[in-house]
Write a protein that binds this ligand. Structure first.
Ligand SMILES: [Cu+2]
Length: 126
């Protein structure tokens, strides 16, 4: 009974989380600055593990505004809900995501997308 519960809980965790430590099938390099993301239109195959490597070319809105939300983010919106925060100027951060939801999704920088065009489209195709 306990074993069944553990199995069920692990399945629920796997199903609800697209972040993974598995070996990536594809690597996508993205640059982000006040001019937006480059590339800002990305197509990846459904079911594969994608390593996103995001490099910030500037500190976005926060330069000169204290040390709070420094740098840019890479946030893939729901249902992925994957967030990479505080990518500072010159820094590269990465995240591995298994593309478990097919369709069209948005990625954005919650820090500065109200001011700069830091938005992009992610297409997960079957
Ligand atoms: Cu930003």
């Amino acid at each position: 009974m306990v074993r069944l519960l553990v199995l069920f809980l692990s399945a629920a965790v796997i199903l609800s989380c697209s972040k993974t430590d598995d070996k990536p099938d594809i690597v996508i390099d993205i640059k982000v600055s006040r001019n937006g993301y480059s590339p800002s239109d990305i197509t990846v195959p459904f079911g594969k593990v994608v390593l996103f490597r995001i490099t910030a070319l500037d500190d976005g809105i926060s330069a000169g505004y204290g040390n709070g939300n420094v740098g840019h983010c890479f946030y893939i919106m729901l249902p992925y809900d994957v967030m990479v925060e505080n990518i500072k100027k010159g820094q590269t951060k990465e995240v591995k995501v298994r593309m478990i939801y097919p369709g069209d999704f948005l990625f954005t920088c919650p820090y500065c997308s109200g001011i700069f065009p830091t938005k992009g489209d992610l297409h997960v195709v079957k």
